[in-house]
Design a protein around this ligand. Sequence first.
Ligand code: BEZ
Length: 211
Amino acid sequence: MALRLGDTAPNFKAQTTAGEIDFYEYLGNGWGILFSHPADYTPVCTTELGKTALLKDEFAKRNVKVLAVSVDPIDKHEGWVKDINETQNATVNFPLIADPERKVAELYDMIHPNASATATVRSLFVIGPDKLVKLMITYPASTGRNFVEVLRVIDSLQLTANYSVATPADWKAGEDVIVVPTVTTEDAVKKFPKGVKIVKPYLRYTPQPDL
Ligand code: BEZ
């Protein structure tokens, strides 16, 4: 059955460009991203992996480990990584899973037969330190993902995990956040010393608590 938000992310062992990896061991106690690529030596994937590599410091700052998967073998990955580094002015600094038997692709339901019988779509999972699935996004092969948006969602997820706040539409880091409905206004006033702006009893804003 397909994974859903809140499900436990299945563990696996896989061959990668950084040797054999146990997914949970690789993640450790931090956050993780597992994302699929339709195939090696394809243009959109080349830009996506380059962009992810260039955002290395942003992922590290958020304690997020990145792991990519493509259903091609390891020798193909190694040649492709050289091309990515060359064309994207990047150094791919995270492992790529070689998944020719599609074990990881199937475990995470990354092949959508009505899109392609053989290649994965662009699936992306954010996994929390508790190994639960926090975010799933699915893009078609022809649309490259927006990794700035991925970072924005991770910021939101981490604020929710650490401070019981949610983020409004189009929120960007530094803007006010929303007090979650499960926190009473009385508690919110104590919990958020920077202030609580009550627009409606159910719509309460507070400055981003970790700044
Ligand atoms: C790509 O991965 O670059 C790609 C895949 C399918 C259609 C278009 C682009």
